[in-house]
Design a protein around this ligand. Sequence first.
Ligand code: NIG
Ligand code: FE
Length: 418
Amino acid sequence: MSLLILNASQVVSPTGHAAQAGAAQGALAYLPGAVVRCEGSTIAFVGDAAEHDRLFPPPDEVLDASGGCVIPGFVDPHTHLPFAGYREGEFDRRLRGETYAQIAASGGGIVATVAATRAAGEDELLELTLRRLDRQLLCGTTTTEAKSGYGLNLPDELKQLRVLGRAAEQHPVEVVATAMPAHEVPSEWRHDPEGYVRLVVEEIHPAIAAAGLAEGVDVFSEKGVFSPEQTRRLLADTGRFGWRIHLHADELCNLGGAELAAELGAASASHLLHVSDAGIAALAAAGTVAVALPGVSFFLRDRFAPVRKLVEAGVPVALATDCNPGSSHTESMPQILALACMGAGLYAEEALVAATLNAAAALGRADRLGSIETGKRADLVVLDAPDPKHLVYHFGVNLVRHVVKAGRVAVRDCQRVA
Ligand code: NIG
Ligand code: FE
């Protein structure tokens, strides 16, 4: 099966098979008038239309990109997709002045979502997850990471991760599952957090690994959640499962989370609102991808991560939605790009690299995803705009017209009214 995308104003993409940092964070290849040919699930040609016609037979299918540009599909490297229940009441209380911490202390917050997720049946959780994947795809995301962490006991963590496995089989969006039983200390272990740490290390992580349900692990290293010392113990043994390490680091205060991520050889460190200069230097030296989550800053009316400082220090920066019901309820990567630029000070080119190639690198997939280059997976978005800067400039609307996942058209013409 071959597919040819033609008539685009331009094809715009990062280049390379690794995370891009410093000046390279903003480097994009602009190919005016280029066509993209997919053979099976792979990109077979990017370039001049006449040259394509000389080299290749007519394609099985064409996709018209007239007036629009082609960019790589977005990779969302940090989400909490498989959750049940919403927290709009809590959101409303925050609009009226209560803080996230006050609401958590009064029994809301993560604990409320844990109760709803435990109560949900597996099929119900699957349905909720599939609809979120639909919304991601419609906004141009072709690969998403997704974490457990609202089960916080063995059966419900396994349930969340099985849901991700089933969703991956049924949905075009590629789902990368991360085990996160150390997202919070569950209520029943509040009297003995150390006991819960032992349970995670001795039973929950090994059982998830034995079931083959995750390819990475994450910990919420934070004051009042898991200390740096507990985080070290939670992750010490996970190398034997072949898991990539991710960390929720320096979100609400500075505990040296970035330094810890670097020390542990983490693939990514997320949040980083309170990262120190030493933490930034440690991330740069280790090559750990900093995943900025500007949706959280917007949604919690908090400060933004110092993304300009991170870029200037040579840390590869990625962007993610953190899609979850409490601190960033959105599936939209375009919205996140706009927030990253308008709120945190990234440039539009840097934001596009952050949401594609660098996000793929955070998930160990920069060799095959995140750019439009021959040999890479054919994950592509056609925007209803001549330049990807419109993702930021033409804010608050969805400019995605077509989405191609692994060489197949997964979304067609979503800008045309019937
Ligand atoms: O990434 N920081 C911790 N966890 C989530 C929030 C989860 C929730 O509020 O349900 C986050 O922001
Ligand atoms: Fe998160």
